[in-house]
Write a protein that binds this ligand. Structure first.
Ligand SMILES: [Zn+2]
Length: 133
């Protein structure tokens, strides 16, 4: 076995997808040839990294995608739950403001309209037992 044979089979050797005689031949060559030994080291390192990337990246992306999707669903749920609440709060606020406005209008009417005579006659009209006795 020469260097070119080793190079051709190196991938399958690292992947352990190789017949035993070829494997033995590669191992014997690598014992003697430092160039192929170095090549094997580098190649197996590279393959390990590539394998890691190949397996992990899609699964990581999938998790990320699933997570983001779930987040969106969750957020949508929160908003769909909040929507009636916000609507109700808006109604309450509008009611509160119009009531306050109505109260202010009433207050102004009471404060500004009656004259002193009117107020007196208004108060005299009350049937207060203690004063009538
Ligand atoms: Zn070699």
């Amino acid at each position: 076995m020469n260097c070119d044979d080793v190079k051709n089979d190196l991938y399958f050797y690292i992947k352990n997808d190789i017949d035993l005689p070829t494997k033995k031949g590669i191992e014997e060559h690598i014992e003697k040839c430092s160039v192929c030994k170095e090549l094997l080291n580098e190649f197996s390192k590279t393959l390990r990294v590539v394998d890691k990337c190949y397996v992990k990246v899609p699964s990581k992306n999938w998790d990320y995608f699933a997570e983001k999707t779930m987040d969106k669903i969750h957020v949508k749920r929160i908003y769909s739950f909040l929507r009636p609440t916000i609507g109700f709060m808006a109604c309450v606020l509008i009611f509160a403001f119009s009531y306050r406005y109505y109260q202010l209008q009433k207050l102004q009417t009471i404060t500004y309209v009656p004259s002193t005579e009117e107020t007196v006659s208004y108060l005299v009209d009350f049937d207060i037992p203690e004063l009538n006795e």
